[in-house]
Design a protein around this ligand. Structure first.
Ligand code: PSU
Ligand code: MN
Length: 306
């Protein structure tokens, strides 16, 4: 058995050993969040963008039971085309390793793996949160608990607008998770820049985010933080535009009895179809924007460590 419970790529191992900036990237967005071939194109483009910004990308997944931190081009392509890939969170990450399965990591599982490997920053699209109707379904993403317990900075465009955003903010506040508008006073709403909800905190630079997380650690306050980075204006879909598609796809999910882990992938796929592909274009733009900001934060953290 290897001394470490994970397998870093050579580039990630070297970057970590030298204290260079590293950005973790999730893989559920590849297997369950976007259709082929845009999933592979996006994953590849996001990695290139992180490198161009001067950080090392580490896409995380479980491949044949190995928890891999950093994938090569062939791994990414295989994952992007694979069927029967588990969608892994805290509950089943170790199950996939123990049973030699293939699995993609959600925000929660990516945070666990990133922290294990010593990576402090992670870029995604939108986190999971409190689903609409959670007062009866109890469907609240494990991403929120993970943010409360694992010290990784998660750069997102907010929580997906298919969720109940006010309830998601309330749960994050209860759990003590800082929610930071990045260069904005308002919580972004994934496909849209505005949600109508105030971001509890605001910071305007990568250095300020790094300083805040270091201060939290110095005070012995554990856990991660959520950065809400609005989608670039030229790529956004207005709240009015998306709200009709959201109502329709939520009604379909309810009529078909979609539940559990299948809910988020179902809603994203139907949003893609109902929007004629526009939701995906925006999703790609916001992921790229988040990767760029995450690379800046990783650099600020690495510089402060010198
Ligand atoms: N954001 C996206 N696409 C995705 C996801 C987020 O743009 O596919 C994934 C993330 O991996 C997130 C997961 O952790 O959806 C949330 O799933 P659930 O609601 O079942 O916890
Ligand atoms: Mn859920």
């Amino acid at each position: 058995m290897s001394p470490q419970p994970f397998v870093p790529s050579p580039a990630v191992a070297e970057a970590l050993a030298q204290g260079k900036p590293v950005v973790a990237l999730e893989s559920t967005i590849i297997t369950h969040g976007m259709p082929w071939p845009q999933n592979l194109e996006t994953a590849t483009a996001v990695e290139a963008l992180v490198r161009a910004e001067g950080a090392e990308p580490a896409t995380i997944a479980v491949l044949e039971g190995q928890l891999r931190i950093g994938l090569d081009a062939a791994d990414l392509e295989r994952l992007a085309q694979a069927k029967d890939v588990m969608k892994l969170s805290r509950a089943d990450l170790a199950y996939a390793v123990a049973n030699r399965r293939n699995g993609s990591t959600t925000v929660a599982a990516t945070m666990i793996a990133a922290h294990l490997a010593g990576i402090a920053v992670f870029a995604t699209g939108g986190i999971g949160g409190v689903h609409r109707g959670a007062e009866t379904s109890f469907d609240i993403s494990a991403d929120l608990d993970e943010l409360a317990r694992t010290p990784v900075i998660v750069v997102s465009a907010g929580a997906k607008a298919i969720l109940d955003l006010p309830k998601t903010l309330e749960v994050l506040e209860t759990k003590g998770v800082p929610v930071v508008g990045f260069g904005t006073d308002e919580l972004p709403a994934f496909w849209s820049r505005l949600s109508g909800l105030k971001a509890p905190l605001r910071l305007d630079t990568a250095e300020a985010v790094a300083a805040f997380q270091r201060q939290r650690a110095a005070l012995g306050i554990g856990g991660g933080m959520l950065i809400g980075n609005p989608v670039p204006a030229e790529a956004e879909l207005s709240r009015e535009t998306v709200s009709v598609w959201i109502e329709n796809c939520l009604a379909e999910a309810a009529a078909q009895g979609i539940a559990g882990k299948a809910v988020t992938p179902f809603l994203l796929q139907r949003m893609f179809e109902l929007s004629g592909g526009r939701s995906l274009e925006t999703n790609i733009a916001l992921v790229r924007n988040n990767a760029r900001v995450a690379a800046g934060i990783a650099k600020a953290l690495a510089a402060a460590d010198l």
